[in-house]
Design a protein around this ligand. Structure first.
Ligand SMILES: O=c1[nH]c(=O)n([C@H]2C[C@H](O)[C@@H](COP(=O)(O)O)O2)cc1CO
Length: 166
């Protein structure tokens, strides 16, 4: 079964046999935790579609030190765990308003893995999104969506409903 078929079928049913859709959520950690309340809202909504591999990114207790204390093996172990999760993921959702080297790296790796990707950006931040993210939009596998915090659940609903049709 191709990755695309699998994503569509999983999105349609939220489950396939015993397997729930796996979502990888990317959000800034060492890049700054200012938007953690938005990450929380996104992850709560994503959990209605499947299991979120990176729920820790949305935890308000997680500081900009990262989860080094929780993960034995330090930064190398965090990197290897997250790349492994990226391989497992059916879909990637990234909040890209707060610039983060780690999120940019994850997105580059996910493109290489031919994953379906949604990037969410809030223009109200006054920031201008990197051309390497905005310019990666391809109308199929890589989507960039400008949004306001109030409409975040609706934007996610639209994206996951469209996965059913593609
Ligand atoms: O402790 C961590 N745990 C972790 O899972 N990450 C991953 C998940 C996030 O989507 C992304 C954040 O990268 P950064 O820390 O450069 O902002 O990297 C990053 C760190 C710290 O860099």
């Amino acid at each position: 079964m191709s990755t695309r078929t699998s994503v569509c079928e999983l999105a349609a049913a939220h489950v396939l046999g015993q397997r729930r859709m796996k979502v990888y959520f990317c959000g800034s950690i060492r890049g700054g935790r200012d938007d953690v309340h938005v990450y929380r809202r996104i992850v709560q909504k994503l959990q209605s579609y499947g299991s979120v591999l990176t729920e820790h990114v949305s935890c308000s207790e997680l500081t900009d030190r990262g989860d080094v204390e929780e993960v034995r093996g330090g930064d190398r172990a965090i990197h290897d765990r997250d790349v492994d999760w990226l391989h497992q993921a059916d879909v990637i959702v990234a909040e890209v308003t707060q610039p983060s080297l780690g999120v940019g790296y994850e997105l580059g790796r996910a493109v290489d893995m031919k994953k379906k990707i949604l990037c969410l950006f809030r223009p109200s931040s006054g920031r201008r999104l990197s051309a390497m993210i905005r310019g990666a939009e391809d109308g199929e596998m890589f989507t960039v969506k400008d949004y306001t915090e109030e409409e975040v659940e609706k934007v996610l609903e639209e994206f996951f409903n469209n996965l059913n049709r593609t």
